[in-house]
Design a protein around this ligand. Structure first.
Ligand code: FAD
Ligand code: SF4
Ligand code: SF4
Length: 530
């Protein structure tokens, strides 16, 4: 058994901010950070335009200057895409959305950089360890257990077997990111949930290399509209991080109702639209990834603490759901958690968080996400109202997004599905198919280990195929689920080695029939530039 003062689960910006703050203020405190990715940042994916106020009270001026920033936003535009060939430039960037001068970064690189700082200050950061359960005593979280490594497919121990390890800590900080397994378990068990369930979007991203001399570093474009339908919250981004590299991403709300939807296909159609095409002309995709974004906002935030445990970052749903910006709030929440621990008053964490600017931003746009569920015009009107009144109006909680993402799915329309499939754009170097993209994520799972994606009741899959046409075969951005005609028990075939750990299947399976457990630590995507 290992003992430490603070155990931090997850080395994303939230967890690493907590570690840095703790060690900077108290060098004698023992701080241990564990992450399931193979290397620091391997499982971290973002846009990312980072609001620099997140680094206040965390990094020194010298550290800030060395931040691995790809470019600064020099030119920004906001576009409503109406169809593949038509788009309208919004004449000015709405002030709530503006990021002029902000750094554009690969969050994978930023996480690796923060990890170096944390280690230099004396924190122990170990990657390749999935934490699979929390340890509780008398209602207090007192530690956690890591998963075993070196198990064969049938669960037998192989020669490289490493047993689970128990770690005892005075305080545990949960920094798992969106749809965190331990976090959701704890929130459910302790009844910590927010006033409405969390709602997610799936964010899909590629890094595309383009010919030199065709683009301007620091130019950014945000879009809404096509290929999202009128009723679904969705939008895209194009960030020129250098003269030869463009980050292109598309986020689609997982409360979509049309079972025939395939978010990866939407992403391709987004890239094929004229508004985006001109940014990636002659380009070639070189990296790929996907991850869920907790976009429910203010009303979906759980009580982020219970005795012995504090929840930070995306795990607590701390994200500005209008701007889809969460890095700065993740950093601020990590700092608040550290300050509460340093003050010997864990219970003060939520009150400290509520005093941050990130929290004020979330409060200001608290009704925007639900308003979008009534259609695009209402969403846009709610965003304008929030801006004009600094979040005072509407002063009541707009109903909506109450049923959870999976429940929103309606039965499959097979004619519409055929039309969706036929809308696939032509392939090309900047339009790879899904499996080529998956290859570029660097994902690796040891094949001889128990499958980490468990189907609960296969007969539910048979019913799901009849009603929804097995949506997991479409919503998974890594083609993990496949329908074989001769499937013995009605369940889809699972190629778990492709899994990007995006967690969409946990969120969107209409029968709640997929249990996402942890593969052995170190497996999964190996992002280097996401
Ligand atoms: C496509 C996309 C675009 C985005 N664009 C922007 C943007 O432009 N600007 C912005 O500010 N924000 C953006 N965001 C949101 C931003 O990325 C998140 O808010 C931020 O990464 C949250 O940080 P975090 O530390 O809470 O979680 P994460 O960054 O998700 O890190 C969590 C870490 O915990 C690890 N982990 C999870 N569970 C365990 C476990 N049980 N054991 C061990 N390790 C575990 C994971 O491997 C991961 O490394 C975007 C998100 C996406 C998906
Ligand atoms: S795993 Fe879920 S989405 Fe896939 S077929 Fe089974 S019930 Fe349907
Ligand atoms: S299996 Fe689930 S978590 Fe893995 S990539 Fe597919 S949808 Fe994402």
């Amino acid at each position: 058994m290992i003992e430490t003062d603070v155990l931090i689960i997850g080395a994303g910006p939230a967890g690493l901010a907590a570690a840095i703050k703790l060690k900077r203020e108290n060098a004698n405190m023992k701080v241990l950070v564990l992450d399931k990715g193979r290397n620091p940042g391997s499982h971290v994916l973002s846009g990312a335009i980072i609001d620099p106020k997140g680094f206040e009270d965390l990094l020194t001026q010298e550290e800030l200057e060395k931040l691995p920033c790809e470019a600064k936003v020099v030119k920004e535009s906001f576009r409503c895409i109406l169809s593949e060939g038509w788009s309208v430039k919004i004449p000015w960037v709405p002030p709530l959305m503006s990021s002029k001068g902000f750094p554009v970064c690969s969050l994978t690189k930023v996480a690796a950089y923060l990890c170096d700082i944390a280690r230099r200050l004396g924190a122990e950061v170990h990657t390749g360890y999935a934490v699979t359960s929390l340890v509780e005593e008398d209602g207090r979280v007192v530690g956690a257990r890591t998963g075993e490594k070196g198990l064969a497919k049938d669960g037998a121990r192989k020669s490289n077997h490493l047993p689970a390890e128990e770690i005892r800590a005075k305080t545990v900080v949960l920094a798992e990111g969106g749809s965190g397994i331990l976090t959701e378990r704890l929130v459910a068990e302790k009844g910590l949930g927010g006033v409405r369930p969390q709602t997610y979007a799936l964010g899909i991203k590629e890094l595309i290399e383009v010919p030199a001399g065709t683009q301007t570093a620091g130019e950014t474009m945000h879009t809404f509209g096509h290929p999202s339908d009128f009723w679904t919250y969705g939008g895209g981004f194009v960030y020129h991080v250098s003269e030869t590299q463009v980050m292109v991403g598309y986020a689609y709300a997982l409360d979509y109702s049309r079972a025939e939807i395939d978010p990866f296909l939407l992403f391709q159609r987004f890239k094929a639209s004229k508004a985006v095409r001109r940014h990636i002309e002659g380009g070639k995709t070189v990296a790929y990834g996907a991850k869920v974004i907790p976009e429910g906002g203010y009303y979906s935030v759980p009580t982020p603490q219970c005795p012995g445990c504090l929840i930070v970052g995306d795990g607590a749903g701390l994200l500005d759901s209008l701007r889809i910006k969460g890095v700065h709030i993740a950093l601020q929440s990590g700092v608040c958690a550290a300050e509460a621990i340093l003050a010997g008053d864990e219970a003060s964490y939520f009150d400290r968080l509520k005093k941050t600017r990130g929290w004020a931003e979330m409060k200001r746009v608290r009704n925007v996400r639900a308003s979008f569920s009534y259609g695009m015009p209402w969403g846009v009107a709610a965003a304008a109202l929030a801006w004009a009144t600094n979040g005072l109006l509407p002063c009541f909680r707009v109903p909506g997004c109450d049923e959870g993402d999976a429940a929103a799915l309606k039965p499959l329309d097979r004619a519409k599905l055929a039309r969706e499939v036929s809308s696939r754009p032509a392939g090309g170097p900047a339009m790879p198919d899904r499996l080529t993209d998956v290859f570029m994520s660097g994902v690796i799972h040891e094949e001889d280990q128990p499958c980490h994606l468990k189907i609960g009741t296969p007969s539910l899959c048979t019913a799901c195929e009849a009603e929804f046409g097995s949506p997991c075969t479409r919503f998974c951005p890594a083609e993990v689920y496949r329908r074989e005609p001769d499937s013995p028990d009605g369940a889809p075939t699972i190629d778990f080695s492709n899994c990007l750990h995006c967690k969409t299947c946990r969120v969107k399976c209409p029968k709640g029939n997929i249990e996402w457990t942890f593969p052995q630590g170190g497996d999964g995507p190996r992002y280097t530039r996401m």
